[in-house]
Design a protein around this ligand. Structure first.
Ligand SMILES: Cc1cc2nc3c(=O)[nH]c(=O)nc-3n(C[C@H](O)[C@H](O)[C@H](O)COP(=O)(O)O)c2cc1C
Length: 171
């Protein structure tokens, strides 16, 4: 697989176009180094603490949440307008029930650093180190948003990752 380093802000328009639909893949490894992809429809890319930061939101009910709680790293993988079926699969099936990568024919390869996997089927890659997490706080949230997105009270955990490597697929 051939890749080329990009600045985190290059291709920002393509990054934004992925959200909220069709989405992108959040990939986290388990304690044995096995990657699990989960479709995300929300993400933030910008500068915080004077560093490039990627922020993702994961509900505690997700298998990915348990992995994120133990992981040091995650990757965000943005497809180039393809992979709709795979995004749908990884957004409706849990890694608790099987190997989603094998089941939907994706290919995971090691990222630039140990502990990170990426999906070579994608176009843009962001390898991130978790530097902060917090819950969405009901008391601080617009009640309209609470009503729309949290009728069951399953508030996301918000994870922010320092972007260590950003690159694009040249293959
Ligand atoms: C388009 C789309 C976007 C999604 N975005 C998110 C998200 O940002 N955060 C989240 O927790 N779940 C999101 N989901 C739901 C998870 O992808 C879904 O529950 C998945 O099966 C969880 O996989 P896991 O149990 O292997 O972690 C989304 C689903 C779809 C289809």
């Amino acid at each position: 697989m051939k890749t080329e380093k990009i600045e985190y802000f290059e291709r920002f328009d393509d990054f934004c176009r992925a959200f909220p639909m069709p989405g992108a893949f959040l990939v986290v490894q388990d304690s044995n180094g096995r990657p699990n992809p989960m479709t995300i429809g929300w993400a933030l890319l910008g500068v915080v603490w004077s560093e490039p930061i990627m922020t993702v939101l994961v509900r505690p009910s997700r298998h990915t949440w348990g992995l994120m709680e133990k992981a040091k790293y995650f990757s965000v993988n943005v497809p180039a307008g393809k992979l709709e079926k795979e995004l749908e699969y990884c957004g409706t099936h849990s890694g608790r029930d099987g190997d989603k990568i094998a089941n939907c024919g994706l290919t995971a390869v090691p990222g630039s650093i140990k502990g990170v996997s990426i999906l070579e089927d994608c176009d843009l890659f962001y390898e991130c180190e978790i530097v902060h997490k917090t819950g969405v706080i009901r008391e601080n949230l617009d009640p309209k948003i609470t009503g729309t997105f949290y009728p069951k009270g399953d508030f996301h955990t918000v994870y922010s990752g320092r972007i260590l490597h950003a690159y694009r697929n040249l293959s």
